[in-house]
Design a protein around this ligand. Sequence first.
Ligand code: PLP
Length: 410
Amino acid sequence: MNFEHLFQQRLAALQREGRYRVFADLKRRRGAFPVADHFAANGSREVTVWCSNDYLGMGQHPKVIAAMHEAIDTVGAGSGGTRNISGTTHYHVELEQELADLHGKEAALLFTSAYVANDATLSTLVKLVPGTVVFSDERNHASMIEGIRRGNGEKQIFRHNDVADLEAKLKRYPKGTPKIIVFESVYSMDGHIAPIAAICDLAEKYGALTYLDEVHAVGLYGPRGGGIAERDGVMDRVDIINGTLAKGFGVMGGYIAGSRDLCDAIRSFASGFIFTTSLAPAIAAGALASIRHLKTSSVERGRHQERVRTLKRSLKAKGLPVMDNPSHIVPVMVGCPIHCKAVTDTLLRQYGIYVQPINYPTVAKGTERMRLTPSPAHSDEQMTTLIHALEGLWAACAVQNGTYAKLAAE
Ligand code: PLP
């Protein structure tokens, strides 16, 4: 078997479809977000990043950086072990307490990422309670789909944010059947927001547990940054909340928050929690500083929402195809992977603007897009440069007639 040849064939197919992924080689500049240096074969240059998930710029916040420095200076680099074998530091314990408090839950449990948290928790839950039926929103993130799949139980996929379809599916099972409804608060690619209260009503009516991924909402919404459930006043109605420390909080790691028994069960049975080294103490310390800051400061959230509104309004004013949604995600639709890559290549090369093209399987084929994420740190001037660049590219009608593919190749 010639494995190399097979790999090359598979990669060539991706390239033909225009969705071969090219990573931008970046070096963020401390304190200067969203400015970074972009490295290419012909050297490096300054770019403005318009697609970061460091939504509030907390990865550059002086308090976060200071906390990480202090932790390294105090305890060194790594945690030294799995949580069970010497890797539970005081930073981890404090961070879990802070997260439980943020979500108004009895307990929280840290993971190395929210991907691992979703995968490990969902697969373990389904295995722990045989006969569980999982009701999963059709647009759920890959990490939840994978966790549900590995749980190996029965599943029902309901239409995106469609409570009537969810109810029709819940109704088919006796009240005594164990059920979990799995959904997100902010859907990261379209920016839709879930009807959390209505889903909780159904969960109560049909005796289901609720599992809510707030990865794209924690830090950003709610008076203390607890997410959409906090903003909507329904946090106490959601059984399990999943979040990340990598996006709104600007560092790294993931977690769940829920009842003491639930967290204890996942801690005791989930392989993705047990058999891996715990987060570095400096990471836990940085996340802790970030959460504590955002619990009391709404300045970043206020400015973030203002920047989002301004960008959406300006894009619409120029007739650019921005997808309407009620969140901070600003999708600009292109609808073809080759054109999408060509547009973003041109933005980078001609304007020093970095936006990663979003292709299948992250979004459905034919809905390829640029996903803009304005932060509190994006200035009016940076916004004007972006809008002028996009306007120029669209005015040339190149996206529609395909000439951008040619432009980018030049
Ligand atoms: N859940 C959702 C909805 C996501 O979009 C992502 C990542 O983008 C994750 C979970 C995983 O988060 P993390 O980057 O912390 O692994």
